[in-house]
Design a protein around this ligand. Structure first.
Ligand code: SAM
Length: 363
């Protein structure tokens, strides 16, 4: 019996973040994809086998990511097939409760939004790191300056409208905006972004700049803490805390004046992901599998430390080899990298600095 597998710290497996590609159509300096796809990408059938094995071990939530997942031509087919692993509402036992996607939204046409919804996508999170052309261009690594940033901003606003028209309801937590905030780079966008999200009626999820990868020039001084983000926004629009749900990544807040996503089923108005200042390794339930089939149990893992699933996905491999490999990986897991970084800082010791790249691991 492997469902409900737990790691060395008694953390259950609950979420699978599956990266579909390491390529991206943007070049955000805080992520900096190198444009290279790793060799040996998994096929649709192999990805389904990974999802099915993870579901058998207790995964309830599937998040498709990258790189930019809208670049993947088989995205809708994968979602339709994964939707067959869904658990009926209120049923006990294994099965998926939700299929989610993280995207920068630049390629989300009205037709694509409808196709994703029809395929069975439940939730969509779009990334946008500024509310002005200049800021968007700088954060997305666009060469064309403010004009290019304005064009991308317009595309993301269109993407929000297309997603809403396709049935993704922000008041029910089905459509959200992600923004990475870097001190001294786009922290002047905090209030404009909050204003934009309030006008659009979507939850804004503010993410601390994380030390994922080795190319983004991360340094502690560039981190604006979640507490400071909340303080600055709360000074303009008073906020009330809703807490961080078990196994969740974000502390959630509601605007006291009723602005924001609104009081629908389970959504928040504002959320902050404090991975650096207030690590939440203690109840992390996320497994990541890269586009080429390497399984990692931590976003801050060192390159090469993942488990290669491909031998277990090869033709003729025993049917339960994959599930057993994932179960053993999870049972052995004891990582708590973000907490260790904090402890190292507190003791003045340098934290390990080699991390796999975000665009490869899947954010
Ligand atoms: N391309 C898609 C997108 O832009 O949403 C999906 C992949 S991206 C890696 C997923 C999320 O990770 C995005 O919201 C992005 O802003 C965030 N991200 C990437 N690098 C980060 C970093 N160093 N610190 C914090 N968040 C980061």
């Amino acid at each position: 019996m492997t469902a409900g597998v737990r790691d060395q710290r008694e953390r259950p497996l609950g979420v699978l973040r599956l990266s579909l590609t390491a390529r991206c159509n943007l070049a955000c300096p805080y992520c900096l994809p190198d444009g290279q796809e790793p060799p040996g990408l998994l096929s649709l059938e192999q990805r389904l086998a990974v999802i099915a094995a993870a579901v058998a071990l207790g995964v309830r939530s599937l998040r498709l990511t990258g790189g930019e997942p809208l670049l993947h031509p088989g995205l809708e087919a994968l979602i339709s097939a994964a939707a067959r692993l869904r658990r009926p509402p209120d049923a006990t036992g294994t099965g998926l409760d939700e299929i989610a996607l993280t995207s920068n939204g630049a390629l989300l046409s009205a037709e694509r939004a409808r196709a994703l919804r029809a395929a069975g996508l439940d939730r969509l999170t779009l990334s946008l790191d500024g509310a002005s052309g200049q800021a968007v261009a700088a954060m997305a690594g666009l060469a064309g300056g403010a004009a290019a940033g304005e064009a991308l901003l317009a595309k993301v606003l269109d993407a929000i409208a297309h997603a809403r028209a396709a049935g993704f309801d922000p008041a029910r937590g089905q459509l959200k905006l992600n923004a990475v905030i870097q001190r001294g780079r786009n922290d002047d966008q905090l209030l404009p972004l909050a204003d934009l999200a309030r006008q659009q009626g979507v939850e804004l999820r503010l993410i601390e700049f994380m030390d994922v990868g080795n190319r983004n020039g991360w340094r502690p001084e560039a981190v604006l803490s979640a507490a400071e983000m909340v303080e600055r926004i709360g000074a303009r629009w008073p906020l009330e805390p809703l807490g961080r749900p078990a196994h969740g990544t974000a502390g959630r807040w509601r605007y006291r004046d009723g602005g924001g996503a609104g009081p629908g089923g389970g959504g928040a108005d504002l959320a902050v992901v404090a991975s650096v200042s207030e690590p939440f390794c203690g109840d992390c339930n996320r497994l990541r599998v890269t586009a080429d089939g390497i399984a990692y149990t931590c976003l801050f893992a060192t390159p090469g430390s993942g488990l290669d699933l491909r031998p277990r996905l090869a033709p003729g491999a025993p049917t339960d080899a994959l599930r057993e490999a994932l179960a053993n990986l999870w049972r052995r897991r004891s990582d708590r990298w973000s907490e260790e970084r904090q402890a190292a800082w507190a003791s003045g010791a340098p934290a390990a600095t080699r991390h796999a790249e975000m665009a490869y691991l899947g954010g």
